[in-house]
Design a protein around this ligand. Structure first.
Ligand SMILES: Nc1nc2c(c(=O)[nH]1)N[C@H]1C(S)=C(S)[C@@H](COP(=O)(O)O)O[C@H]1N2
Ligand SMILES: [Mo]
Length: 315
């Protein structure tokens, strides 16, 4: 059985513990790196983005704006929750390199008139991609602001034509114990990782399938080649590396609701009045700047989504 190597070196908790000067140091470091960085790490990426036929970078949709700066990509790609690989956030980037993301398909089944399997590269060519700036709030009280590239989940749902009996959507991630070490090390967990939404939530304009971020294709540690982003719900709902979508009449089982139903309820809308494992959800800390922000109901997206919960017990 493979031994998990936790990379040493740069670690976010230390950065969060001593935010200000470290962040400034890093900015100064990047500034001095300047032209040199363009010549190395960024250049192939830039060329890739400009290559004929690349959908990246996509045009930004101006409807979604931020109240804070975009989070440093360096941090967003090194501080990851991707439990299939490791519970150690800074180990995910390296372990996820083993995930084979091409070819990749999404199989759509259940209560739909046109069940079908989509090839993700075809989908990327076929769908008009756009960029959206969304904040993402993890139940662990950290947050980030990310430029995602993708298309509304509704665009895919329209292609399969849900039956009138369909009320929920279950999204499923991969089951590949030979590529994802924690699927071997934690065999009692309910793999594959699945999440669920009501059909009304899934067809809401804000529910987004992202194939890229920061103007290029999705890094593996962030959920390549295609992931969900539901900005008004806790981050655990934003399922990475989706292989199947099923339409059901009843509320589906999901990964965290099965493991810890009290802490992770199905709806999981961001709510500052809640507690999680005894901790208040009133504030959140930006993973890059270390800034502490108040947490908003529906993560601040209430103007878009509050009407979905008007007649329900759970806001
Ligand atoms: N397949 C899968 N998707 C997942 C997770 C996971 O462990 N496995 N973690 C979730 C959690 S808890 C969060 S906060 C976000 C983190 O996304 P990021 O690493 O891109 O910041 O992904 C979500 N999607
Ligand atoms: Mo999370």
């Amino acid at each position: 059985m493979a031994h998990i190597r936790i990379p040493k070196g740069w670690e976010i908790p230390e950065r969060l513990a001593t935010p200000e000067h470290r962040v400034l140091d890093r900015r100064a470091f990047l500034a001095t790196l300047g032209a040199a960085a363009l010549g190395t790490a960024s250049l192939p990426q830039r060329l890739g983005a400009q290559a004929a036929g690349s959908p990246y970078p996509a045009k930004r949709n101006p409807a979604y704006t931020l109240d804070r700066p975009i989070t440093d990509e360096f941090v967003v790609t090194r501080y990851n929750n991707f439990y299939e690989f490791s519970a150690a956030k800074n180990a995910v980037q390296h372990l996820a390199t083993r995930l084979r993301t091409d070819p990749w398909t999404i199989e759509v089944t259940g209560l739909v008139h046109k069940p079908q399997t989509f090839d993700v590269s075809d989908l990327i060519r076929r769908m008009p991609l756009q960029e959206r700036l969304y904040r993402l709030r993890c139940i662990e009280a950290w947050s980030m602001a990310v430029p995602w590239t993708g298309f509304p989940l509704k665009a895919l749902i329209d292609l399969v034509e849900p039956m009138s009996s369909a009320r929920f959507v279950r999204l499923v991630s991969f089951l590949r114990p030979d590529e994802a070490p924690n699927q071997r090390l934690k065999p009692s967990h309910p793999w594959p990782h699945a999440q669920g939404l009501t059909l009304a939530e899934a067809t809401h304009e804000l529910a987004f399938l992202a194939t890229g971020m920061y103007g290029h294709e999705m890094p593996k540690q962030n959920g390549a080649p295609i992931r969900l982003v539901v900005p008004w719900k806790y981050g655990f709902k934003s399922l990475k590396s989706i292989v199947a979508i099923e339409f059901t009449a009843t509320q589906p089982h999901t990964f965290w609701t099965d493991i810890a139903p009290h802490d992770y309820h199905f709806t999981a809308n961001v709510d500052p009045s809640e507690r999680y494992e005894g901790h208040s959800q009133a504030t959140e800390q930006d993973i890059s700047t270390g800034d502490v922000h108040p947490t908003f109901l529906y993560n601040g997206y209430g103007v878009f989504v509050a009407h979905l919960y008007e007649n329900s017990l759970r806001r």
